[in-house]
Design a protein around this ligand. Structure first.
Ligand code: ADP
Ligand code: MG
Length: 233
């Protein structure tokens, strides 16, 4: 089953009298459990495509199916519900709330669903998996960039989404920290079968995905699946 299906998906913006084809008739499927990197120059439509997938934007034309649901048929309430339930978001700037500690930040998306105690337990488990159990009471300002991004990743998973969308998640950290974050994402991807769609400028990061979609001027320039590699040792 396709986790995400785009059919001629299109998003246009108007700038004065000019129409910008930010996403220009993209058709592709992403299956459950895939780890996809989306690459392309600045302005090629990566963020717009990700925001469409995350239901943060509505397309100008074309269709988007998530878990076989035609998202155009959803009313605003169902759309918000689907976004909260099925999609996790991670941004370059972490977007943590500075007034909340690590546990509270990770638990934030639970407000939009009714999970109560099970949710708190899940938040604690995720914090452990991202290696921050000893930082639960810390505020974001007391954490490094890599740690803040780990909090954001744990938060994106707290409602057990089927899909996680990351926009330049390693853009603000050093190479070594970036690699640790990628290792974490690979682990979550393989253990939880959560679909990962990661926008990145970093070719070393993109090279570790199992599929690379390259955009240019809102269109798919290439879409390549990397062969499974057998780990050594
Ligand atoms: P990328 O993330 O690959 O840098 P974007 O998706 O942000 O690309 O942008 C794709 C194109 O759409 C660019 O030409 C950009 O200027 C334009 N664009 C993005 N968002 C808006 C907006 N809200 N209004 C007008 N133009 C936009
Ligand atoms: Mg962008």
């Amino acid at each position: 089953m396709a986790n995400v299906r785009l059919v001629e998906l299109t998003k246009n913006y108007k700038r004065g009298s000019e129409i910008i084809h930010a996403v220009d008739g993209v058709t592709l499927d992403i299956d459950k459990g895939e780890f996809v990197a989306v690459v392309g120059r600045s302005g090629s439509g990566k963020t717009t495509m990700l925001d469409l997938l995350g239901l943060l934007l509505k397309p100008t034309a074309g269709s988007l199916f998530i878990d076989d649901v035609d998202t155009a048929r959803l009313n605003d309430r169902d759309r918000a519900h689907m976004r909260a339930r099925r999609v996790g978001f991670v941004f370059q700037e972490y977007n943590l709330l500075s007034g909340l500690n690590v546990l509270e930040n990770v638990m934030l998306p639970l407000r939009y669903v009714k999970d109560g105690k099970a949710g708190r337990q899940r938040a604690l488990e995720l914090i452990e998996r991202v290696g921050l159990t000893n930082r639960i009471k810390h505020r974001p300002t007391e954490l490094s960039g890599g740690q803040m991004q780990r909090v954001a990743i744990a938060r994106s998973m707290v409602n057990s989404p089927s899909l996680i969308l990351l926009d330049e998640p390693t853009g603000a950290v050093d190479t070594e920290t970036a690699q640790q974050l990628v290792d974490l994402l690979k682990k979550l991807n393989s253990e939880d079968k959560v679909t990962i769609v990661l926008v990145t400028h970093d070719l070393d990061v993109a090279a570790q995905a199992r599929r690379e979609i390259r955009l240019k001027d809102g269109k798919v320039l290439s879409d390549e699946k990397v062969k499974e590699t057998v780990p050594v040792g």
